[in-house]
Design a protein around this ligand. Structure first.
Ligand SMILES: NC(=O)c1ccc[n+]([C@@H]2O[C@H](COP(=O)([O-])OP(=O)(O)OC[C@H]3O[C@@H](n4cnc5c(N)ncnc54)[C@H](O)[C@@H]3O)[C@@H](O)[C@H]2O)c1
Length: 434
């Protein structure tokens, strides 16, 4: 069984099933299709399946042309899970958010697996890519596979291989980002490594699914904690009249032992604000408090309030209140040069300012209309920026520093800029760092 699957991977006759065609699943599909595999994509969202089938993309940095090329190479998208037996691999790329108590919400992973279980067949490789706590693969997916009578490691296979992506960074592609893979057994690992090695330059095997799960969490916790540290340093530096960005630039000239992290208006995206708390939750089972994670979370989640206080103070100097002021938030995606709004701190800033009575608008070249979000609502469209428009706001708040903004024009025409990204290096009377 193992050899058969290895042969099918080697001669590219294996059909690659990918479940969840979002920010992670879609680029992975493109890469397998590019290399010459037939890919069968599953999603519960009919509109996504329809868009892909029509050769359209719903992610800004993925072109419609690339989808059309994949279709020509045999890619199909479907909502019909009964087609799972046609695939040799089932690679799960579904969301792993937090619930309202900030605890792991595994419902997407479990629902996906429960939908697939009736269609599992001998020889299937299941690979979980969604970020999650150590133990998920063995404790949740393994029993579900075994419930169908499979002997995992003998006639069906199971691995965890975390996705790594840096959306908007043109220096890395799915192919060039090394991929970690841990199997439930040595045979599982061998197949997982063979599968990913077919499309990715460097695969990094680890000894277990738990080690692979923990690797992903360490990477993201490392970021969350260091961003928390630098956000705290920002507050101290500001009180001391020191520009933290100048300090970071200087420290980053040290050729060893220092990695620059940058302060901002708060954490955003689907990973860094969320993933650390998967470990916090699981660690409690072992009687461990993850204090660094909690502390970083506390510092980082206080950042939107810090920025709003800076807006209030800057307006106050101009004898204005937030209440009644016209505030333009620049950039509402969670990071520069992308259109992804998940967990964006800009949205928290907009809500806080609105609650305090500001007349809030936004401008974001990547987000023309404020999207429907589960917990946030603004009936707004992106404001086009010209000299008169910029000058008409009491305050322009730079929240996400997209390259497409004309920073010189903003500096020239804005009455007041509150810069939460350290974009403006030179001090000016009407620019306040936050
Ligand atoms: N986006 C990134 O850059 C990134 C990077 C590393 C890790 N991750 C992790 O990868 C996972 C997926 O993230 P994403 O950004 O691709 O999410 P996403 O929301 O963009 O995509 C998930 C897709 O899964 C589909 N889906 C939901 N439930 C389903 C089900 N039961 N069956 C089939 N499809 C279902 C959704 O319709 C959606 O198309 C998460 O765990 C995330 O933390 C994301």
């Amino acid at each position: 069984m193992k050899q058969q699957l290895l042969n099918r991977i080697a001669d590219k006759s294996a059909v690659i099933g990918i479940v969840g065609l979002g920010y992670v699943g879609l680029p992975l599909m493109l890469r397998f299709a590019e290399v010459g595999y037939k890919v069968l994509g599953f999603d519960i969202d009919q509109s996504k399946v329809d868009a892909l089938t029509a050769g359209k993309s719903y992610i800004e940095h993925i072109s419609a042309d690339s989808i059309a090329t994949a279709l020509e190479r045999g890619f199909e998208a479907t909502t019909d899970f009964s087609r799972a037996p046609e695939a040799d691999t089932l690679i799960l790329c579904v969301p792993t958010p937090l619930n309202k108590y900030r605890e792991p919400d595994l419902s997407f992973v479990l629902d996906t697996m429960d939908s697939l279980v009736p269609y599992l067949r001998e020889g299937h490789l299941v690979s979980l890519e969604s970020t999650t706590y150590p133990g998920t693969t063995d404790e949740e997916l393994l029993p579900r596979m075994e419930s169908r009578g499979f002997k995992v490691g003998e006639n069906a296979f199971l691995v965890f291989s975390p996705e790594r992506e840096d959306p908007g960074n043109p220096n890395f592609t799915t192919r060039t980002i090394p991929k970690v893979c841990g199997g439930y057994s040595p045979a599982c690992q061998e197949i997982g490594v063979a599968l990913y090695s077919a499309v990715i330059d460097k695969v990094v095997p680890v000894s277990s699914t738990r080690a692979a799960e923990m690797t992903k969490l360490l990477e993201n916790i490392h970021r969350a904690v260091n961003i928390g540290l630098v956000n705290e340093m920002k507050i101290v530096a500001d009180k001391m009249g020191i520009d933290i960005h100048e300090v970071i630039r200087a420290a980053a000239t040290k050729p060893f032992g220092f990695v620059p992290y940058y302060p901002g208006p708060g954490l955003g995206g689907h990973c860094i604000p969320i993933d650390p708390f998967y470990l916090t939750w699981k660690a409690r089972e072992y009687g461990v408090n993850t204090r660094f994670i909690e502390l970083a979370g506390e510092v980082n989640s206080a950042m939107p309030d810090y920025v709003v206080a800076k807006v209030a103070a800057a307006l106050n100097i101009r004898k204005k209140a937030i209440n009644g002021s016209r505030v333009l938030v620049l950039g509402i995606a969670y990071k520069k040069n992308v259109d992804d709004m998940r967990e964006s701190p800009s949205v928290f800033l907009m809500e806080k300012l609105r609650d305090l009575g500001a007349e809030v608008s936004y401008s974001d070249p990547h987000v023309p209309v404020f999207p429907k979000m589960r917990e946030h609502h603004f009936a707004l469209s992106s404001v086009a920026l010209d000299a008169a428009t910029i000058a008409s706001y009491d305050c322009v708040l730079l929240a996400t520093d997209h390259d497409k903004f004309d920073y010189a024009a903003l500096k020239e025409h804005a009455q007041l800029i509150v810069d939460s990204r350290g974009k403006y290096l030179e001090p000016a009377d009407h620019i306040v760092k936050a």
